[in-house]
Design a protein around this ligand. Structure first.
Ligand SMILES: Nc1nc2c(ncn2[C@@H]2O[C@H](COP(=O)(O)OP(=O)(O)OP(=O)(O)O)[C@@H](O)[C@H]2O)c(=O)[nH]1
Ligand SMILES: [Mg+2]
Length: 264
């Protein structure tokens, strides 16, 4: 499984950084807010004010995101929704109310939009962002205004704890990069989740198919992703397909609801 060195180092740094802040903004992907929760969060964030940020809400189904807000509120969590186009002032107000002085730690899984969120709060670009996970490699402090300071951190993953279903959801939202997946079964599990939730998208791309292998062969063929002998390059096709899914090419999608995760 994908577990780059910078993530292992970041986990150690974050433990120390928590001590230097009074707020933790835990950024999650609104399309899978349970799967993208920061692991060991209770232990890690103990004694801090934690705000759960459901980011990329513009890529999720509004109705499902509202259900998630209710889910977190029911559990006594402070939760806000964040999406493309949100303005700095509105977000700051949602997080803190009017006036506040705060040192904030921004944490979350890879590619959930931590750096984008920092830039959004700042109102302009200060932190580097990118569509492939693993963009932020070090810790970076950013002054938001004269009272608020934030530290952006690299994405964290606790690989050992994964169930395959959880990992599949992380693939669907781009927290695990599709080109780093070396386990074909993970693609198939992710595809099954997608097909169950959005059969229309699958049908539009490949017609009536039963399996991921069948699907990706048709998808790859239609895109002209062929190897030398004329066979479909299914690995390249899978990488491309999941990239399109997690960047939102096929419209608003939510990969889990509060009901789905009961018992998971
Ligand atoms: N549509 C949409 N895209 C977003 C949003 N927030 C971030 N993105 C995109 O998601 C990708 C990842 O954003 P980053 O801010 O680099 O994510 P990160 O969590 O800092 O990622 P790492 O540093 O790699 O862990 C980029 O392509 C962003 O443009 C959002 O609210 N809506
Ligand atoms: Mg980043």
């Amino acid at each position: 499984m994908w577990n780059p060195g910078h993530i292992a180092r970041a986990k150690k740094r974050i433990k120390d950084l928590v001590k230097a802040v009074n707020y933790v903004l835990e950024v999650r992907d609104a399309r899978a807010p349970f799967a993208t929760g920061a692991y060991e969060r209770e232990k890690l964030f103990k004694g801090k004010k934690v705000v759960v940020v459901l980011n990329k809400a513009d890529l999720a189904e509004d109705k499902v995101t509202d259900e998630w807000v209710e889910y977190f509120v029911d559990r006594g969590e402070k939760v806000i929704i964040s999406k493309k186009g949100d303005r700095s002032k509105t977000l700051i107000k949602k997080i803190f109310g009017e006036r506040t002085a705060a040192n904030i730690l921004v944490v979350g899984l890879p590619n959930v939009g931590k750096s984008t969120f920092v830039n959004r709060l700042k109102g302009r670009k200060s932190a580097k962002v990118g569509a492939i996970p693993g963009v932020t490699k070090g810790v970076q402090w950013i002054q938001i205004n004269d009272r608020i300071k934030m530290v952006d951190t690299p994405g964290i993953l606790y690989t050992e704890l994964f169930s395959k279903k959880l990992a599949a959801k992380l693939l669907l939202v781009g927290s695990i990069p599709s080109e780093k997946v070396d386990d074909w079964e993970l693609f198939t599990i992710a595809f099954d989740i997608l097909k169950e939730k959005y059969p229309g998208v699958v049908k539009e791309l490949a017609g009536d198919v039963d399996s991921f292998d069948e699907f990706i062969t048709i998808y790859g063929k239609r895109r002209g992703m062929l190897q030398k002998g004329g066979e479909v390059d299914v690995e390249t096709a899978a990488i491309k397909f999941f990239y399109e899914i997690y960047t939102g090419k096929y419209g608003k999608m939510s990969f889990e609801t509060p009901r789905d995760i009961e018992g998971e």
